[in-house]
Write a new protein. Structure first.
Length: 340
């Protein structure tokens, strides 16, 4: 008995009919023009970025300034067992009727509901390192997996062979849904008990323990002379090797160095090493751990000095610095931590 899969079938068939009437060159040109138009629009920059694991696949995620959660196109495709490379250099894996190619199969159409169709619009954005990226609403991942599993169940129930070229996607979809189910129940328990707040606090406390030492380290020269030389040049201050640096350079150093090492590190350093009458008893870097905090500081310093040298003005430097190294904002979760 035929099943009624909704009124969206007519629209999908119409899109396919239009696509069939176009040549390969016309389809490629339309996709390229659509991609170019999107990049010429006001493309947002990622506010936050990160990665997580689903089975053996690493999913790259981003959050836009408006709170929209995205996963990148390439890692979405890898997760469901498809090629991660866009066709014909379009930069986006869409078809004429709006569906991405990994959903463009006759046997899958009955299982694509409105929520899935709505989440397939590619979202163009700029990553924190300045690269062009194409992503999808993060909700697309379980929805795509669910569509393939519904197709599998339908074929199994009707003793039909699952299409050969989709079998590996069905397997990947099963892995995705099982993994998300485990994460989902943990999230529900955490939300019901309030553990998500404690979990975040514990995670941030672990960062501080790794970066900030319990014992004050012996002073050793850490900041290279080039850092102060470039700082003076960019702030239009006359430089000499033995000069006394302007007091406001300390605020600049907190901004470009310590606030960008890791979440909460600057706040914790200011708690452990407070200024008295405009002076501190020790240097901030003396409070960093030998194995993690100090090496991270040296690595960051090297990057910052390089960015300084390629910048003509302080404004140029801050612009590229903000794109390469984000400021880790203060965390109120640390207010309850005891000072060591």
């Amino acid at each position: 008995m035929a099943e009624d899969f909704g009124s969206s079938e007519a629209g999908k068939k119409g899109g396919k009919a239009r696509a069939k009437n176009m040549s390969a060159e016309e389809r490629s040109l339309q996709a390229k023009n659509a991609a170019a138009a999107r990049w010429n629009a006001n493309v947002p920059k990622a506010h936050l970025e990160g990665e997580f694991q689903i089975g053996k696949a690493t999913i790259k995620a981003a959050v836009l300034p408006n709170g929209k959660r995205l996963i990148t196109q390439g890692t979405l495709l890898v997760a469901i067992g498809r090629s991660r490379s866009p066709k014909a250099g379009t930069g986006v894996l869409s078809t004429v009727d709006g569906l991405p190619f990994f959903l463009h199969a006759d046997y899958l159409n009955p299982f694509i509901d409105e929520d899935l169709a709505a989440s397939t619009t590619p979202i163009f954005f700029i990553s924190k390192d300045g690269r062009k990226q194409v992503g999808y609403d993060a909700e697309i991942l379980p929805r795509v997996a669910d569509a393939y599993l519904k197709m599998r169940d339908h074929y199994n129930q009707n003793d039909l062979p699952i299409p050969a070229h989709s079998r590996h996607i069905v397997v990947a979809s099963d892995i995705i849904m099982r993994a998300l189910a485990h994460v989902g129940i943990a999230g529900l328990v955490d939300e019901a008990t309030g553990f998500q707040d404690e979990r975040a606090k514990n995670a941030l406390a672990m960062i501080l323990e790794a970066f900030v030492a319990k014992e004050l380290r012996k002073w050793v020269k850490t900041f290279p002379l080039d850092f102060y030389k470039e700082l003076c040049r960019l702030k239009n201050v006359a430089f000499s090797a033995n000069m006394k640096m302007p007091q406001y350079f300390g605020h600049l150093t907190n901004d470009v160095i310590y606030s960008r090492l890791a979440p909460g590190v600057l706040q914790k350093l200011q708690e452990k090493n407070p200024a008295e009458n405009g002076r501190r008893k020790a240097k901030h870097h003396q409070h960093l751990t030998e194995d993690i905090g100090n090496p991270k500081l040296l690595q960051h310093l090297g990057s910052v000095v390089t960015l300084m040298k390629i910048s003509k003005t302080w404004e140029d430097f801050k612009d590229v610095l903000d794109r390469v190294h984000e400021v880790h904002r203060e965390y109120p979760l640390f207010d309850g931590l005891e000072n060591e």
